[in-house]
Design a protein around this ligand. Structure first.
Ligand code: GTP
Ligand code: MG
Length: 190
């Protein structure tokens, strides 16, 4: 017997963690995305939920639901990355600091546990006075992705420049860039 006509399919559910060393802006990134979803969906509060060792945000899109995850600590990232099947990840890098040993470590770990696709969020872009510096870090990150057998050379592999410190959540331009970045991430990972 086939599916009855008109029966709705369950929404596709994709879990996408934010990875990267301490202080690069993972929590700020999730909170800014939560503020965007709150406004988009007309909610009273951002729909962030604390779960064991992590905070999660469910984002409903035309492609299904994406659950973005911010781990409570590097130890939680290490433990949970190995124990859950993730369909994709966002590597978070501060444009002010560039690639750090912890960045390489997170990417290597993502590859080791078999996460199929990785995008990169370059945070702190509001503080990067020199656009050439951002271009250099972007190039370096694309090379690093390719070195770990992620498709860094592909133009549609998102390496996006965002700014996510609290006061920026009222800033239309940065919020639009954030929404565009996550749209590209969701298209890339789905
Ligand atoms: N100017 C600016 N500051 C930022 C940005 N993103 C994060 N920050 C600041 O950087 C600091 C660290 O940000 P967090 O979001 O806590 O970084 P994290 O990666 O969650 O850090 P851990 O939880 O310690 O791993 C905070 O003071 C943020 O306000 C950004 O895009 N621009
Ligand atoms: Mg944090």
């Amino acid at each position: 017997m086939g599916t009855p006509t008109g029966a709705s399919q369950p929404a596709r559910y994709t879990v996408v963690p934010l990875l990267g060393p301490d202080g690069v802006g993972k929590t700020s990134l999730l909170q800014a995305l939560g503020a965007y979803v709150q406004r988009r969906d007309g909610l009273h509060v951002p729909p962030l939920r604390a779960v064991q060792n992590a905070t999660v945000l469910d984002v409903r899109t035309a492609r299904g639901v994406f659950q973005h995850v911010d781990f409570a600590s590097a130890a939680a990232e290490d433990a949970l990355l190995g124990s859950s099947p993730f369909q994709g990840a966002v590597l978070v890098v501060s444009a002010a600091e560039g690639v750090m040993p912890g960045t390489v470590r997170s990417l290597a770990h993502a590859r080791e546990v078999g996460i199929p696709r990785v995008a990169v969020a370059l945070t702190h872009c509001d503080t990067a006075a020199d656009p050439e510096l951002i271009d250099l870090v972007t190039m370096e990150l694309r090379e690093l992705l390719s070195k770990h057998e992620y498709a860094g050379e592909r133009d549609d592999a998102p390496v996006g420049c965002v700014a996510v410190f609290p006061t920026v959540r009222e800033d239309e331009l940065w919020m639009m860039k954030l929404a565009q970045f996550f749209d590209a991430v969701q298209a890339w990972i789905q």
